[in-house]
Design a protein around this ligand. Sequence first.
Ligand SMILES: *Cc1c(COP(=O)(O)O)cnc(C)c1O
Length: 373
Amino acid sequence: MPDSYSAALTIDIGAIVANYRLLAGRLSPAACGAAVKADCYGLGAAMIAPHLRRAGCNHFFVATVDEGLGLRPLLPGARIYLMNGLPPGSERDVAGNELIPILNSMAEIERWQSTSRGMGARPAGLQFDTGLNRLGLSHDEAVRLIADPHLLDGIDPVLIMSHLACADDPEHPQNRAQLRRFREITGSLRLPPRVGSIGRTLRSLAASSSIFLGADYHFDLARPGAALYGINPVLGAENPLRQVVRLQAKILQLREVDLNMTVGYGASHQFRGPSVLATIGAGYADGIFRSLGNRGAVFVAGQRAPIVGRVSMDLITIDVGHLPRGSVSPGMSVDLIGPEQNVDAVARDAGTIGYEILTNLGTRFQRRYVGAQ
Ligand SMILES: *Cc1c(COP(=O)(O)O)cnc(C)c1O
């Protein structure tokens, strides 16, 4: 990494594309979309999404209107769905930029209908809440739509979706219950004839984890995010996906310490004898969770070195006293996320999930994109 940087984040686009292909293969004949919300989980949507498009992805899922507007020019011909719905006041931007809102309430349906008036039926998705109780048309709203299909007049429903609560636990009974409810809804909703060029309304239930629950959950289209970026989709199972992220930071300084000395804010770690400390140029402002203080580890030339003391904003301290003298020196890069310790392992130490680790990665690193074809 260049001298001016003390940390580097390497993102393997080839691995993301390989993960996309693996998921698409598992899903076939269902289609594989991509969740590219939150800037591709912090990894850089503008750099990544066009490669997914080239790999054959036609369906991109973002949360917000801004995210959709940012990606629209980069993904010609692809559908971009706004999963957080249609914010009041955004209707013109959404309609004028060929973004597809996922409508989550009767109020959103009505607003999209009045936007569309005189312009013909406009494409939209419909999200039904089947038990997550987070976002989507409620049970009562689903009953009303099933009883009176004219409530959808003026809407071109290109997608019907729902989202599972417990998909990372294959044994959880809520998976089957939500599947049953989604089938009831998709089976009984009488949709207005599609005016769009593609004709069929797509059904989508699966995100990363639910792809691995089996073909019952695949329907027409899945929308994985985490698995594309290397996060293990199934708790406790071997991860079939390639790692995407490597996070390295330099050793800035080495320091000899001795019995009873402490390190860092709050003097939270005390040495029981002589050792050597290395100070690393990355901290919580870079997404190194504060909860990793006195818990996590980094890897120095393949050897584990525990984080000792608290994580501070720009620095962490590691104990390298057990490593051979001369094998550790200032300027060396250590791995915070890498071959010996993937995102899920760091998340476990930090008491969180890989999703939160990725989306918290900071902006001060040198960012390198490798492996693009
Ligand atoms: C984030 C999200 C996804 C993607 O989930 P992953 O677990 O990252 O695959 C799919 N659908 C909805 C509704 C989401 O919020």
